[in-house]
Design a protein around this ligand. Sequence first.
Ligand SMILES: NC(=O)c1ccc[n+]([C@@H]2O[C@H](COP(=O)([O-])OP(=O)(O)OC[C@H]3O[C@@H](n4cnc5c(N)ncnc54)[C@H](OP(=O)(O)O)[C@@H]3O)[C@@H](O)[C@H]2O)c1
Length: 284
Amino acid sequence: MQLLNIIGAGKLGRTLGRLAAQSGQYRVQDCLARSAASAQAAVDFIGAGRACSQLVQVQPAALTLLSVPDDAIAATAQALADSGRVQPGAVVFHASGAAEAEILAPLRAVGAHVASLHPAFSFADPARAVTQFAATLCALEGDAAALPQLQDFAAAIGARPFALAPGGKAAYHAALSVASNYLVTLTDIARQLARQGGVDEVLLSALLGPLMQGSLANALSMGPQQALTGPIVRGDAATVARHLVVLPLELQPAYRVLGERTVALAGARLPEEARQTLLALLRD
Ligand SMILES: NC(=O)c1ccc[n+]([C@@H]2O[C@H](COP(=O)([O-])OP(=O)(O)OC[C@H]3O[C@@H](n4cnc5c(N)ncnc54)[C@H](OP(=O)(O)O)[C@@H]3O)[C@@H](O)[C@H]2O)c1
């Protein structure tokens, strides 16, 4: 059975700690939080481990999850490397979606292998998270020597691991941000325009919701190019010109940039002449 330390036993740390302990393949050794009370609450939740509030209390382990907040990862990795508590050959990984494994580089100097494992999951409530985590996709990247152990860890906690390309973490995280955040921003733009057209506030979600959900479902199932409908893919430049006349100044850049991306996406579905007319209009 492998020893697992959890440095930063908060929402994600508690959840993965309990799943690892339940798997029977890991023994949770030390759980560190800033306060002793929080560390003890993590141990109680996981049902295993020893509560710590200082790195010097932590004993060496084969696997260490560094699940402190993102802005504390670099300093904690340096402090862990300086603590002498990490042995050569040990694997240390963080769970941030934005940071590369490279942020743990100081630990390589003491012989550790470093990686990141990012679960595409929201850990708002650990008690609920442990019941819903099964089959969650987890993005892996980092040192080649660390990845087999993380594949095993992911399998033990019931996750579906997949590898990112070396250096691919930033693009991966940008994809998640576009998919989740920009969708919200697009919703806001559509609501603003519908209001401008006189649609009552209480009807906004009923009007836009089914359209948005249907388009998203089509794009995911058919692929974006086949799912595309509307004036641009029809080559209807007159309609696009009418939109541009009424669009508020602050929305013009977003409409034009997304319009150009939509022309590109339409590809061969759009005759060359219509493509040129639309691009000239959008770039005007
Ligand atoms: N939450 C999610 O849905 C989610 C999803 C995917 C990935 N992640 C990633 O998981 C990691 C942890 O996130 P989380 O939501 O679990 O955070 P969290 O609930 O705030 O827990 C952070 C833990 O780290 C401890 N801590 C805070 N600052 C510290 C410091 N400077 N030094 C040492 N320990 C410190 C906290 O101690 P106290 O308990 O004493 O405050 C707490 O135990 C992050 O990298 C995040 O990006 C989170």
